[in-house]
Design a protein around this ligand. Structure first.
Ligand SMILES: [Cu+2]
Length: 202
């Protein structure tokens, strides 16, 4: 690909959230010594030779500090997965479905929300500096990370979000964004949609 990834300078945006009462990794996961598998997704803008697509925000997988295509995401079967979403997009988009503002399919149907995109990794693990929420305001959403199995994570502008979930059915499922963020983006694997391959070997 010739596209260069441009990570914009983030401005702090105060995001209104509704706070939940409890958020945590299940004790069973810790007491068995099970370490969470971390899936880091980064929403960053593209510089494209096609000017009409330039500046579009796209999901990437971040592995070992490198941004890679999100067209095919690997997830471990039956293992606790920590999903970290780092969103550099300062803008909002309309939801395709009003209920996509709710967090579903995560532990307690909640997520941890940090303001900004430069959260230290220690805070991502501990949650220090985050608020806990089960939904976002419908007009405070840039994109969503939504799967065909009922996982739905609404993503606030200029934010970092942490959720925990399990993928308990082996095979290939689809993921996509439930915002009207661009016809090309929404129909192009590795932009706002793709596959998740759930297998025991990761
Ligand atoms: Cu989107």
């Amino acid at each position: 690909m010739n596209w260069k990834v441009i990570v914009g300078i983030s401005l702090l945006v105060v995001v209104s959230v509704s706070a939940g009462l409890y958020y945590g990794v299940p004790a069973a996961a810790n007491s068995t010594g099970q370490n969470a598998f971390t899936l880091t997704l980064v929403l960053a803008s593209l510089e494209s030779p096609n000017s009409t697509l330039s500046g579009q925000y796209v999901f990437f997988q971040q592995e070992n500090g490198v941004l890679e295509s999100s067209a095919v995401i690997n997830a471990p079967l039956g293992r606790l997965v920590r999903i970290v979403i780092i969103n550099h997009d300062p803008g909002t988009d309309s939801l395709l479905t009003p209920s996509a503002n709710s967090v579903t399919g995560t532990l307690n149907d909640q997520m941890q929300l940090f303001v900004g995109t430069s959260v230290p990794s220690a805070d991502i693990t501990s949650g220090t500096g985050s608020s806990v929420c089960s939904q976002l305001g419908g007009s405070d959403i840039s994109h969503t990370f939504t799967t065909s199995t009922g996982l739905n994570i609404p993503i606030a502008p200029n934010s970092t979000e942490v959720t925990y979930t399990y993928f308990n059915t082996p095979g290939t499922i689809s993921w996509g964004c439930m915002c009207e963020c661009g016809q090309f983006s929404m129909s192009t694997p590795g932009w706002m949609m793709g596959e998740i391959v759930v297998a025991p070997s990761y």
